[in-house]
Design a protein around this ligand. Structure first.
Ligand SMILES: Cc1cc2nc3c(=O)[nH]c(=O)nc-3n(C[C@H](O)[C@H](O)[C@H](O)COP(=O)(O)OP(=O)(O)OC[C@H]3O[C@@H](n4cnc5c(N)ncnc54)[C@H](O)[C@@H]3O)c2cc1C
Length: 730
């Protein structure tokens, strides 16, 4: 018995596609409807007509689940770099359903050309490298940029029936296909043995290479022979060769033969022998990090987990602002999977653990070096629960730009922040200082319930009536208590808003700041201004919660008079348009972000002078003041873990060098009180005490001791349990 444990899949190889491409695609679409797993288009490059990669791409566009392959591509006839881009694009556009099968041309030919093609295609899919070169005999690459960035590498199979090709498949391929008519069962067994030997000699696990046969209708009727192929010869993909127009044969095979083969094989093999758990290639496994039980990732997480050697790693390793190199990123699709991931993380307490929703954390702690990341980005559904009461359930992985877009047609908005790419999970567990804050309060002030997976893996709901202490803590310090999977908010009726961008000549930053402070505290609540102050220039962005031009102009006018205006733009627009001003960019953060935060009740002369020194020093390239107060201050300081309700201004400062920034920031800090952790990156434990008044911190630490006594959740500003438990973090 030779079986490699792979789940059995049934496919169809569509013949005649080059002459009748439309019919071939129609047959492929039917194949998906009938329940086939795989559709394969063989290349007939010498025959003119439509080519295999185009047929595969067109089919992918018209199907949803079936895997789509361009097959028997002659590595001699096509430049590997062109094939790589085509296959990568197919993979990208099909949502990971692409596959590539290279052929050898004729038997006995030098297979160096195929081996080089495999190497070039793989290297162009490895987006963790910035450039790739290859000095091959047949396929050369000079300083090429890899890409497109993929979520899943395109499986690369080889097609052919000679010994050298089987050996090459063993050394380098993800799968091997032989024509059963050509090799016969005995030939198949012999070639399989060659493949296994070559794989072992190359240091691979034989299970890395899937085995497949193509058959014609004659062989396809013999169920017991097919069962034997699966059970005794390790075949896991059975591909029926069908000419366009032959729908009857297509139906008969999948309706009558395929279930019988599956049943027969399952009966003959030990229970649970066939699995869909991926077996990663040796070169991918070689990039694993120590201390992670990769082979014990729970079954429900394995399909979406990303390891350092995987194609998707380039997309998930870093965050918006910080470079990272985690050992494993677990991406969940539902709350049960989050519980599973938390369980796995509990078994890895010796490693750092990052929790990620949108990856926009200023401190960048949702990535790490060598640890785990729990990524709930896919939990991004936004659902209206109660139209009359304006209750909306929002997944932690949603982005604020999407929230705004979904709420807009209802005439609603939810105060979030100033940037639509920020994730809901990170912001809604910390506070949410947004452009509607002075009129409508913080994001957390709209929270009615949060669903959270706790350290022990239980999913709980916290609200004003259930798990009330957790509900209190989740509004300001949520990241220390669990992984939020969804939030219920009551949103506001907000249609169009006034949106202003003003630029001022501000040669004296201290004078500008003081004047800004005076105007801001007296301005009506409808207006929430954010100020970015630089050397000689001040940029003011302000939202006015009104669609009345007179109200907008009258509330902005005092700001316009602070200093000479260099530029101004005021528009009436939906809140969603402001949240969607900037497109999403890939998360390619590098190095360590350096950010400092402070709250202040007023902009005193001392605060303004220290700020001006900081700005002039050049130690900071970003000095931003958001106004708070108003409705934020209507909430009692002890009503939520976010306690600095009396602050009218929240300062965020960024620099390149922490020591240099601190030298100039310390005088500002001395003129302020408290800070907002979401704008801070300093890991000094004193910052926790700045963020939470002592009564709040004591209460949080007591709850932490109850809900997370082993301190699993500590990635971003750790509130240690009242009994002191700590572990290493990176
Ligand atoms: C360009 C930019 C603009 C910003 N503007 C504003 C603003 O106007 N107002 C404002 O208030 N903030 C703002 N922020 C800060 C932002 O709110 C926080 O950094 C927030 O944590 C980002 O959320 P995220 O899910 O995108 O981040 P992530 O990097 O995914 O997470 C950051 C941290 O939040 C915690 N966390 C994430 N997801 C969860 C979860 N599901 N459950 C529990 N804890 C979780 C973790 O501790 C994690 O380390 C801004 C940040 C950036 C980069």
């Amino acid at each position: 018995m030779t079986n490699y444990g792979h789940r059995i899949r049934f496919g169809v190889e569509v013949l005649g596609g080059s002459d009748a491409p439309g019919d071939a695609v129609a047959l492929a679409v039917l194949a998906e409807e009938l329940g086939y797993d795989l559709v394969v288009f063989p290349d007939q490059v010498g025959e003119g007509g439509a080519d295999a990669l185009s047929l595969a791409a067109w089919t992918a566009a018209r199907t949803r689940t079936v895997q789509v392959a361009a097959s028997r591509l002659d590595a001699r006839a096509r430049p590997a770099s062109v094939v790589a881009r085509g296959a990568g694009s197919l993979q990208l556009l099909s949502g990971g359903r692409g596959m590539l099968v290279l052929g050898s041309g004729s038997a006995g030919e030098d297979l160096g050309v195929v081996e080089e093609a495999v190497a070039v295609i793989r290297s162009l899919q490895d987006t963790s490298r910035s450039r790739v070169s290859s000095a091959g005999t047949y396929h050369r690459l000079a300083d090429a940029e890899p890409g497109p960035a993929l979520d899943r590498e395109v499986p690369l199979w080889l097609y052919g029936a000679d010994t050298a090709l089987a050996a090459l498949a063993g050394r380098v391929a993800d799968g091997w296909v032989a024509d059963l008519d050509e090799v016969g069962v005995e030939g198949l067994a012999g070639l399989n043995a060659v493949l296994d030997r070559a794989a072992i000699d190359a240091g691979r696990d034989v299970r890395e290479v899937r085995r497949s046969v193509t058959l014609t209708s004659g062989d396809a009727a013999d169920v017991s022979a097919l069962v034997a192929l699966v059970v005794d010869h390790g075949v896991s993909s059975v591909v029926l060769r069908v000419r366009t127009g032959d729908a009857t044969q297509l139906r008969t095979f999948i309706d009558d033969v395929a279930p019988a083969v599956r049943e027969g094989a399952e009966r003959a093999l030990p229970p649970g022998a066939l699995s869909s758990r991926p077996v990663r290639r040796a070169d991918v496994r070689a990039r694993r990090r120590p201390g992670i039980a990769y082979d014990h990732v729970p079954d429900d997480l394995v399909a979406t987990a990303v390891e350092p050697g995987d194609a998707a790693f380039g997309k998930v390793r870093s965050t918006y602002l910080r470079g990272g190199n985690p050992g494993l990123v677990l991406r969940q699709r539902n709350a049960a999977e989050v519980a599973s991931a938390v369980g796995f993380a509990r078994e890895h307490m010796h490693l750092p653990l990052g929790i990620r929703s949108g990856g926009h954390g200023i401190s960048g702690r949702s990535t790490n070096d060598g640890g785990l990341v729990i990524d709930v980005g896919a939990l991004n559904a936004i659902t209206v629960l109660d139209e009359a009461a304006r209750v909306v359930r929002i997944g932690a992985g949603a982005r604020w730009r999407d929230v705004a877009r979904v709420l807009q047609p209802h005439g609603w908005a939810l105060s979030s922040g100033d940037y639509g790419g920020v994730g809901v999970g990170g912001l809604a567990t910390a506070g949410g200082i947004g452009f509607l804050a002075r009129k409508h309060g913080l994001t957390i002030d709209h929270l009615r319930a949060v669903e959270m997976v706790l350290a022990d893996g239980t999913l709980v709901r916290a609200s004003a009536t259930e798990n009330t202490e957790l509900f209190w803590a989740a509004r300001g310090a949520g990241a220390n208590f669990g992984v939020a999977v969804a939030f219920e908010f009551v949103v506001d009726e907000i249609d169009q808003v006034g949106w202003a961008q003003l630029a001022f000549h501000a040669p004296d930053p201290a004078a500008y700041l003081e004047a800004f402070g005076r105007v801001a505290v007296t301005t009506p609540r409808e207006t929430t201004p954010f100020l970015i102050l630089g050397q000689g220039i001040a940029q003011l962005m302000a939202m006015v919660d009104s669609s009345d031009p007179d109200v907008i102009v009258s509330q902005l006018q005092p700001f316009a008079e602070i200093a000479p205006l260099m530029q101004q733009q005021v528009v009436i627009a939906p809140y969603a348009a402001v949240m969607n001003m900037f497109p999403e960019t890939p998360h390619n953060g590098r190095g360590e972000p350096v950010s400092r935060s402070a709250f202040t009740r007023e902009i005193t002369p001392g605060f303004a002078a220290a700020s001006a020194d900081l700005i002039r020093s050049g130690a900071s390239h970003w000095y931003q003041i958001r106004t708070v107060g108003g409705a934020v201050a209507d909430v009692a300081p002890d009503a939520t873990a976010y306690a600095h309700r009396d602050a009218n201004f929240a300062l965020a400062v960024m620099g390149a060098n922490a020591q240099r920034l601190d030298r100039w920031f310390e005088p500002v800090r001395r003129q302020s009180h408290g800070l907002y952790l979401s704008f801070e990156s300093d890991r000094n434990p004193d910052r926790i005490a700045d963020a939470f008044p002592s009564a709040t911190l004591d209460r949080l630490r007591r709850l932490k001791a109850q809900l997370d006594p082993d301190n699993l959740f500590q990635d971003n500003f750790n509130i240690t349990p009242a009994r002191d438990h700590t572990r290493n973090a990176s």
